[in-house]
Design a protein around this ligand. Structure first.
Ligand SMILES: C[S@@+](CC[C@H](N)C(=O)[O-])C[C@H]1O[C@@H](n2cnc3c(N)ncnc32)[C@H](O)[C@@H]1O
Length: 425
């Protein structure tokens, strides 16, 4: 029987800190949560469930389907036990294979050696059984096998996503400091916006927040934008199930919004890129783009959500400029956004040496090098609390990470009379 038949454990990886949103999504797709980490959750289901997760998840990165588990102390033992698996039933002999891994075991210094051992065992086995073998290399656009090796325990997964799900396929022009699609989706889910009311996004950059907001409002499955996944490169791929699922997902998407989505940026180049990205995502007709300073952004009267993701600023001069920007955002919120809920996505004011501490358990399913970066933390050098300059009381400070930078989504209730009450308090 193929290893892909029946239920198995599945690990879904995500960006650090967004597991609460991922959990909600997995749960609402009818699957259980078996455990969770800082950047992954574990669930259980069939290969059809894995396909469903790939199509519908907005915040997940990779869906790993467990094939086998065994103990191995040394690379040769890994090779032998990998060779015993019936790979010829799972991997097309004329396909292309990529092996990825996360390795923490004393006999391996460089995880690439473990990848090589796995790849050799798989292709040697397939060559013996089928008289030909798949090509192999680093591209993740075909069959991807993932090894998780901790101490003596090896878990072998098929990466059903292939390329990470954060690569939706619409962002052709990323510009500077774009927000990853999955993070943007988590930010919007954190605001609670589901398409009712207006969504105003000054400083929109390449448009990721506005595009994800449009897709959430339409109930458009993010996976509809992609037509290549790891699961398609497995023997026994249930193509008719995939086609039916896509068709239903298309049918469930709305074509109209209840409110308006407005996205502006001071940079003409950013707005051109954002428009092109929105076109590729199929939502350009739903977003009103404009070139202007954030404070000139049109804000409809009937309320909604307003979200800004200002530049981070790394040098002292930039931080000084940003203090003015944050003060200006506070004024914009107070004067122009009454009746809205306001959000600013901003770096958390920690010294760089403390970044990432407390997150040493960063996802075990990440590669060695990526895990090193995540757990060490680095990058942002500012430690001034820019939020103080906004001059409004934050209702919540929701923790996020943008790559390795610890951030906060600051939430403000911009009810009528905010200024008056503040002045009297
Ligand atoms: C960090 S980027 C936003 C990235 C965006 N979330 C994305 O995913 O691409 C900040 C944006 O703010 C814009 N910006 C900077 N100063 C501005 C101002 N005074 N008014 C409006 N936009 C401004 C920049 O052009 C830049 O595109």
């Amino acid at each position: 029987m193929s290893m892909l038949m029946g239920k198995s454990r599945m690990v879904i990886t995500c960006a650090k800190g967004i597991t609460p949103f991922l959990k909600e999504e997995v749960f609402s797709l009818g699957l259980p949560i078996l455990s969770e980490g800082i950047a992954d959750i574990e669930t259980e289901g069939t290969m059809e469930d894995a396909i469903k997760l790939n199509l519908f998840l907005r915040t997940g990165h990779r869906v790993l389907f467990l094939l086998e588990e065994f103990n191995a102390k040394k690379p040769d033992e890994l090779y032998k036990k990998m060779w015993r698996i019936n790979w010829e039933d799972t991997i097309p002999e004329e396909g292309y294979l990529c092996v990825t891994s996360s390795v923490e075991t004393p006999t391996i210094k460089d995880s690439r050696f473990a990848n090589l051992k796995c790849k050799d065992a798989i292709v040697d086995r397939i060559k013996e059984k089928c008289s030909c073998r798949p090509d192999s290399g680093p591209k993740r656009d075909s069959t991807v096998i993932h090894l998780y090796w901790k101490d003596e325990r090896c878990q072998i997964y098929v990466d059903t996503s292939g390329e990470p799900l954060s690569r939706r396929g619409y962002r052709r022009i990323p510009l500077r400091a774009p927000m990853q699609e999955t993070l943007a989706a988590a930010v919007i889910l954190a605001t609670g916006w589901k398409g009712n009311g207006n969504f105003v996004n000054p400083m929109c950059g390449s448009g990721t927040l506005a595009i994800e907001a449009a897709m959430i409002a339409l109930n458009k499955a993010p996976g509809l934008l992609r037509n290549n996944y790891g699961f398609m490169h497995l023997k026994g791929f249930n193509e008719s199930y995939w086609k039916a699922l896509r068709k239903n997902a298309k049918g469930a998407a709305k074509s109209r919004l209840n409110g308006r989505i407005i996205a502006t940026d001071i940079s003409q180049e950013a707005i051109e890129a954002a428009k092109k990205n929105a076109t590729t995502a199929g939502v350009t007709h739903l977003i009103e783009f404009g070139v202007c300073g954030y404070s000139e952004t049109p804000v409809p009267e009937d309320g909604g959500i307003v979200v800004l993701n200002p530049e981070y600023g790394e040098r002292l001069g930039e931080i000084e400029e940003l203090k003015e920007v944050y003060k200006g955002i506070g004024d914009f919120f107070k004067k122009r956004c009454q009746g809205y809920r306001g959000y600013i996505f901003t770096p958390h004011p920690l010294k760089p040496c403390f970044l990432g501490q407390g997150y040493r358990g960063a996802s075990k399913y990440l590669s060695q090098s990526k895990r090193r970066v995540l757990t060490r933390g680095a990058g942002f050098t500012g430690n001034f609390d820019l939020a103080k300059k906004v001059g409004l009381k934050t209702k919540r400070r929701i923790p996020f990470f943008n790559s390795n930078i610890e951030c906060r989504l600051l939430e403000y209730d911009l009810y009528e009379g905010t200024r008056k009450r503040k002045a009297h308090s």
